[in-house]
Write a protein that binds this ligand. Structure first.
Ligand SMILES: CC(C)(COP(=O)(O)OP(=O)(O)OC[C@H]1O[C@@H](n2cnc3c(N)ncnc32)[C@H](O)[C@@H]1OP(=O)(O)O)[C@@H](O)C(=O)NCCC(=O)NCCS
Length: 183
């Protein structure tokens, strides 16, 4: 006879299986609506997703930025500063863990800046940084922003999206008021 008790034990004694069931249920909830054939369902099933940041992500964003700060690639930002612009952040999640972030700060209808792009070191070179940049560009396009800028030494990554150092004979020019590296 079918033994509910032992079936339950079989399912929940296996931690990996339990995690898979949990992901499956989460994927169903996240992609509810047109869930079965939607790309969102399969992406969520793999435990990977890009989404708008929430307040609960503040600490993880802060520590990701710290990784960038340590390598002098990203400007230091306090928790309070991040909190003020949390709505401009996207985060990339894998296996329910935030492993990358990026923000699109909209200064005016004319210009927005891609800032604070960091992917945790173990997750680099897998396309996550590019996914985050693409998401910011999609957001800028959807809001009708004319120009997006990025101050970066990762020019190859940005060039793949069509970024140039000059547009229609106009150059971006900088004047540094302090000796710190311009980030
Ligand atoms: C810059 C940074 C965010 C890039 O993140 P990432 O997830 O490694 O970015 P991607 O994987 O999209 O691209 C990185 C490289 O991997 C390559 N790549 C992308 N997908 C790949 C895949 N599936 N397999 C192998 N290589 C891949 C890309 O071609 C790219 O090559 P490039 O270095 O010649 O441009 C990350 O290196 C980082 O956090 N650095 C420290 C902070 C920093 O410098 N921030 C930028 C400030 S603007």
């Amino acid at each position: 006879m079918f033994n509910v008790y032992s079936t339950e034990r079989w399912i929940f004694n296996d931690k990996k299986l339990e995690a898979r069931w949990y992901r499956l249920l989460k994927a169903l909830v996240r992609s509810s609506g047109n869930w079965w054939f939607s790309k969102g369902f399969f992406v969520a099933l793999k435990g990977k997703m890009i989404r708008k940041a929430k307040l609960k992500d503040l600490k993880i964003i802060y520590s990701l930025l710290q990784e960038g700060v340590n390598s002098e690639k990203v400007l230091k930002r306090s928790i309070n500063e991040i909190k003020k612009v949390i709505n401009s952040f996207f985060v990339y999640e894998e296996e329910n863990k935030v492993v990358g972030c990026c923000s699109l700060e909209i200064y005016s209808q004319k210009v927005a800046e891609i800032r604070s792009l960091v992917v945790s070191s173990e997750y680099r070179n897998r396309g996550i940084g590019s996914i985050l940049v693409k998401k910011c560009l999609d957001e800028a396009k959807s809001k009708g922003i004319y120009q997006v800028l990025s101050i970066t030494d990762k020019s190859e990554l940005f060039e793949r999206f069509g970024f140039k150092t000059e547009v229609e004979e106009k150059h971006a020019m900088f004047l540094n008021f302090n000796s710190k590296k311009q980030l």
